[in-house]
Design a protein around this ligand. Sequence first.
Ligand SMILES: Cc1cc2nc3c(=O)[nH]c(=O)nc-3n(C[C@H](O)[C@H](O)[C@H](O)COP(=O)(O)O)c2cc1C
Length: 207
Amino acid sequence: MEFSQLVHQRQSVKSYDSGKTITDAELKELFEDVILSPSSFNLQHWTFIAVRGPETKKKLKEAAWGQQQIEDSPVTLLVCGKLDAHEDAPEIYAEAPPAIREKMLPMIQKFYADQTQLVRDEAIRNASLAAMTLMYSAKARGWDTCPMIGFDPDAVAKILKITPNYIPVMMLVVGYQKDAPRPRSHRKPVSEVVRLESLQGAGLTAE
Ligand SMILES: Cc1cc2nc3c(=O)[nH]c(=O)nc-3n(C[C@H](O)[C@H](O)[C@H](O)COP(=O)(O)O)c2cc1C
């Protein structure tokens, strides 16, 4: 499918065929795309928890306003952002040319050191980019997705045994759509969301 067509066809889908499954091999192929997402300093601030067990999904659904797609879809993913991703820099840059490694490692440590708000922003920002890759890659494979923030993060962290160096960024379900797609929801026009040269500039119209 041509990329723009894929983008136009992706929607947040809430109704899934509960009889379908997604295998480890299929998930692995999906994540081979996801791990190519961009990230600040290539720190890859993301970890995904893939939940397929009915008992755990039931608990997640309860912690997520009873959202039925969690139970019906074959896989529910928790996208986690890693607050201490900068600690992985030595491993990530281990095979980089020495000149690059010696420049990047102190720069990264300085950038993130004692920056509580920044590390949180970065965890959310970078993990969200990976989540977007996931949604498009899933769509290209014939699956639909629904990103979700409607859940109790503390309850979810407890259910999935998240350690304090991670934060839940969003939940995502992946599966086979059951009902026909809904009409595309309202979008603000390009002329409103794109400003030329400054926020006060003209909206993009190309007229
Ligand atoms: C960060 C984020 C959180 C969302 N949380 C939920 C949610 O908890 N439940 C839900 O049904 N949809 C959720 N959505 C889906 C949005 O409602 C949906 O993306 C939006 O209405 C636009 O529709 P579309 O994705 O079909 O284009 C979420 C989307 C995003 C990006």
